[in-house]
Each structure stands twice: as structure tokens, then as C-alpha cells.
Design a protein around this ligand. Sequence first.
Ligand code: AMP
Ligand code: ZN
Length: 503
Amino acid sequence: MASAFAAKMTMSLRLYNTLSGVLEEFQPLVDNEVRIYTCGPTVYDYAHIGNFRTFVFQDILRRYLKYSGYTVRQVMNLTDVDDRTIQNSQAAGISLRDYTQKFIDAFLSDRDILGLEPPEIVVRATDCIPAMIQLVEALEQKRLTYRSDGSVYFRISAFPEYGKLSKINLSGNRAGARVDADEYQKDDARDFVLWKAAKPGEPSWESPFGPGRPGWHLECSAMALKYLGDTFDIHSGGVDLIFPHHENEIAQSEGATGKRFARFWLHAEHLIVNGEKMSKSLGNFYTLRDLLAQGHKPSAIRYLLASVPFHKPMNFTLDGLHQAQKSIERLRNFCFRLSSEKLPAGENPELAAKAGEARRSFEAALDNNLNAAEALAAIFVLISEANTALDQGKLQEANRQQCLQTIEQWDRIFAVVEDRDGSKLARIEADKLSSQPALQAEIPGRNGSPDALSDEEVERQISLRNAARRQGSYADSDRIRESLSQAGIVLEDTKAGTRWRRV
Ligand code: AMP
Ligand code: ZN
């Protein structure tokens, strides 16, 4: 075991495995290295903070594994070819590579602003096409496929274990019925496409099956097998990926290798807004840039997204974000007070024990399926005890280091105390908004000319304001009203809804 392991006080990490449906004790398969595959973003647009809930959870996971003394080899793909990226790049009249590069760059800078550690390998799907072709060939040799109209399909009736992850009931399935779309529902489980025949105007690659492009599910299987081997430790994504994406990944990978693919499957529940999944298609989303431009801090966004255990849905509100900001201020103020106050010499054994206890509790919480809520609570218990002791002059010189060290250890995982909020990158991203007309329109009054707001933009702001009011975030709703007013838009709230006019 690596020497850092000695630093951890508790021992056994247990994780809820979607595949088995129970909490399982986690140990890496080989030596001390944890091999992880995480489904990365589909780079057809900016990632929203729902996506970042899942990415923050995966960051907490990798940081805690490292904290526990393991080394981590994490692979993240960038889905740069699928139905959505192709559609959007065609609509924009830009090559797929150039179109997706812009959103890859945006994703990587959002990732850095949120303090997400870079995975060891981050790779574009289109840079791995030969591995995808090889995987289809391997599946053809195992007679798990058929060809039709220039495309290759996976025959799910030939893979008896199909459904073991999503627990899908396949009775009533029609043999030979197939689906070409990348995304579909459980009740539409059919033979899925591995290699899609080239269509006029779409990007395509030569292959033994004819020109075409990979299906979305194939991409992840091929990249995981290429970089992590046939069997690896953890595969993860949001719950929306369980079916069909991850179910299909298992079928392709295990079908080809005959071996278990991922040992643990971890799925983050969704970030929801007013009872619905935050998503592009519902239009109820914030990007990181939206929130930065409204003055919210990266550390508060990270804290909020990390604060609910990953297996529970998380309701997003702007009030929650304000609370997160307050919690961080409390933490930082405490660290400042502790570092700067003059203390009596010696050690108060009671407080020494409390610092140790806080550490054991946050580790025990994280060992228990990464229970972030309890891990946060443990540190605030220590802060309030230590603050009381400081007020009473009972905190002594040796306790200073003990408390600070516990918080430092905790922050190796949560990464919110250290102040990155004023980082150059965060400022550049917030400022960039003011020079991008489409985004500028989302944040009226921010360095923009009042005339820049179209009717649709005003309507969008009004619906954001209404959402803020429904959540009781009156400071935010006032801010939106004020910025609209600066842009020359006056709002009037009536029983029939909000009316507006230009002045
Ligand atoms: P995508 O870019 O759509 O491929 O999604 C990237 C990641 O974000 C995947 O792991 C999704 O499961 C996850 N995701 C999408 N929407 C949400 C949401 N509202 N809450 C949490 N995770 C999400
Ligand atoms: Zn994937």
C-alpha cells in the first residue's frame, strides 16, 4: 500500500453497485490502482450544472480514492460524434471537429474553474475509430451482430444477460426489430446500431462494413477496453445512462471479451429543478457561465453540487447556492480566525480528541457510499465546537494545528476552502460572456447595449425570474428585474402573469 494510506484513519470503502443492487466493499482488482471509466460530455453545447453534478461526484470519488491511498487511472471520453453533435454542427455549417472543439475547450475550462481534477486520460471518440471498428469485428466473429442496409446491429437475443444492469424485462421483444437512434426508452429495447451506414452530408469513416460512423454506445465500450483493459474497477455516469447506454456497453464489451466488463457501476441521481431533470431539452438549465455572470462563486457551485449524496436526487435552487456560499464563508472565516488568533500555550486534550473525531466521522461518512452530506456536517460540528472553545479561551496552541489539519485533510476531497474563486480563468469565463452576443442576451444589462435584447431573450429572463420567485429566491428575482430595467424593459406582475414593455 502507498504510504499515504497510513494517513487515513478508517478503512473500508463501501459503494452502491447498480449492477448488484447492494452496497459492496470496494477493493481494486489489481494492486493499488483503481481503474475508472467515466462517460464524458457530449460536446454539442455547453455542459449545464446538472451535468456537473455528475462530474463533481466523480471528482469526489477520485479524490477520496487517492486520499485513501490508491492511485487512480481515470478515462473520460468526449462524445464528439453522435446524433446531436452532427445535427448541431450541420445547423451551424461548421465541420464536426471545429464545432466540437469549441465545446471541448469550454468544458475543460469549466472543469478547471470548478476544481475538478483532470482525469489521467481524456480522449475524443473520433480519435479512437480504429478501436471501435475492431470491436465490431470481434462481435461479428462471435455472431452477435447482423448487417442491414450498410449498418451493423447488435442482436440482443444472442446475449442472454442483456438487461442485467437496468433490470429490463425483455418479454414481448420482437426479434429483429432494431433502433438507429442513440437514445431511446426502456420500452423500446431493440437491437441497437453499432456502426451506422454513411448518410449524405454526414461525417463518415471507411471500415470493413462500408463507410459509416460509430453508434454512441460503441464508442465508450471501445475506449474503456482500449485504455483500461477487459475488466476494470468502476464505471460511472448519471442515472439516465443506465439504459440504454450502459446496458448496451455491457452487451458489446462482455459479448466481445467473454469477461466481466466493469466491476462496480455507480450512477449519480439527477439535479432537478421544480421536480424535473435539469436538461437542455426542457430549457430549465443553468450553465456554469450563467451562474458566474450572475456573480455566483465557483466554490459555492462546487460545494452545492457536492453537498447531497450522489444516490439522492438534488433539487437546485438559487437559495441553496446562497446557503452554500455562506457555508464556505463560515469555513474560511474559521480558518482565518484560527490561524491569526493568539492562543495560550499547551494542548486542550478534549479539543484534540474532537479534531480526531471530526476526521474519523468525515472518513466514515465517505466510506459509507460517499455520504457527502454527513462528511460536510462532521466538519461543521468541529467548527462550532472550536469556535466556542476560542470564545472561552480554551483552545490552545497545539489545537490550532490539529483543527487546521483536519480541515486541510477534508479539503483535499471537497476543495472549497482554498480560494480559487478569483482565479484568472474564472474571471476570463465570466468576462467572455459580455463579448458573446448569444450568452450576453441571457444576462441582460451586463455590459450589453439595452437594444441587444430580443423579445425571446426578454421572455427567457422573465421565466428565469419566475423560477427564482417560485423558489423564494427574491434577491435573484429582484436582480433580474433590475437588470431588465437597466436594459429598458419594464415588468408588470398581474394575475394573468408577468407583462413587459420597452421604455
Ligand atoms: P451528456 O453530455 O448528456 O452526455 O451528459 C454528461 C453527464 O451528465 C452524464 O453522466 C449524464 O448522465 C449526466 N447528466 C445529465 N443531466 C443530468 C442532471 N440533470 N443531473 C445529473 N447528471 C446529469
Ligand atoms: Zn459512455
